[in-house]
Design a protein around this ligand. Structure first.
Ligand code: ADP
Ligand code: SF4
Ligand code: MG
Length: 328
């Protein structure tokens, strides 16, 4: 049984009396214990909203989040809080997610204070030190403030805090995108080591495709709140089949400035997130679209036993929308 199952989750936001933004539109995936699922997609595609729903920080309008056999979406806020001890997060901006007026000892120890009130102060400090050592920081910084630390140390602190309750699943929402390249590599290595040591399960969000390949078992590509493609990470990166994945991956993968243009770029800008599409949401931007794309709904459909895509031109078992040839 997977550790986490996200089933047909929908989340709509409405600002004032304006039109609704379908931030997450019928998203489903599951993660086996000890594995990593990655979400990729342009900014605004709904990745963080999925993460916040998994964490119980947002309630979905419909759909279920089943964690360790229990339906989180049906739980009372009190039970959900208790469950949150095994489900934690590391966010993009370490400094913003750490209270600048709290010392390191209080920051890392705070979840323990909330979830294990029986622990003495000395025992709590021991656990804090052990957690700091796990992430390569020592007891020497217990009385320091986040502002005294470098960006990399701050993110290690965020990880120490996430680890202190011995979670089973950690949501990593762009955990390294605010860091320098070299620091980024050390944090990723640390996260990988911790995963192996503690059999951690990760839901990982990243823009950095090299990292995604190194880090994750399965990947879901998101566009305007929907999954457009999902499957084993290596297959998605090496052989993307959905026209959106092809454009996204070819534009981010190339390191040769002469080749920065994707082979099959999308045209135009992303539409407003309030736009509703009776057919495929890529209509108007897709280089291989045909007339029926505008009207025919495109649910996620299996194309191999482990892969799905939402495109009427990706046929089961074939290699892409007729290998992304232009329609004849
Ligand atoms: N609290 C909110 N209120 C209104 N709109 C929101 C809120 N959170 C997210 N959105 C909207 O939902 C969409 C998805 O956002 P988000 O999940 O943050 O995407 P990503 O993490 O992929 O950049 C965006 O259009 C965003 O503006
Ligand atoms: S359904 Fe049509 S518009 Fe959508 S990605 Fe496939 S070919 Fe392009
Ligand atoms: Mg985000």
């Amino acid at each position: 049984m997977p550790l986490l199952e996200v089933e047909n989750v929908v989340k709509t936001f409405r600002r004032g009396g304006g039109p609704a933004v379908r931030a997450v539109d019928d998203v489903s995936f599951s993660i086996e214990a000890g594995q990593t699922m990655t979400l990729i997609g342009e900014s605004g595609s709904g990745k963080s909203t999925v993460a916040r729903i998994v964490l119980g920080l947002e309630r979905p309008d419909s759909g279920r989040v089943v964690f360790d056999g229990q339906d989180l979406t049906a739980m009372s806020p009190r039970d959900l809080r208790a469950k949150r001890s095994t489900l934690t997060a590391v966010f993009q901006e370490p400094y913003e997610s750490l209270n600048p007026r709290m010392k390191v000892e209080s920051i890392v120890g705070e979840p323990l204070k909330l979830f294990d009130r029986t622990l003495s102060k000395a025992a709590r400090r021991d656990r804090v030190v052990a957690s700091l050592e796990e992430v390569g920081l020592g007891a020497g910084i217990l009385r320091r403030y986040p502002g005294d630390l470098s960006g990399g140390q701050q993110q290690r602190l965020g990880i120490a805090r996430a680890l202190i309750l011995s979670p089973r699943l950690i949501v990593l929402d762009e955990p390294t995108s605010s860091l320098d390249l070299t620091v980024r590599a050390t944090i990723l290595t640390l996260l990988k080591e911790l995963q192996l040591r503690h059999s951690l399960t990760y839901l990982f969000i990243s823009h950095d495709i090299a990292t995604v390949r190194y880090f994750s078992t399965n990947t879901g590509v998101m566009y305007l709140g929907r999954f457009v493609e999902r499957g084993p990470t290596e297959e998605i990166i090496d052989d993307p089949r959905h026209p959106y994945s092809v454009a996204l991956l070819s534009s981010t993968l190339s390191t040769d400035p002469g080749e920065m243009k994707p082979a099959r770029p999308l045209t135009g800008d992303a539409p407003s997130p309030t736009t509703r599409f009776p057919g495929c949401p890529l209509v108007g931007r897709c280089p291989v679209q045909v007339d029926e794309c505008a009207t025919r709904p495109v649910p996620m459909t299996s194309i191999t036993p482990t892969r799905s895509a939402a495109c009427i031109r990706v046929r089961p078992g074939t290699a892409g929308p007729e290998r992304n040839e232009a329609p004849s």
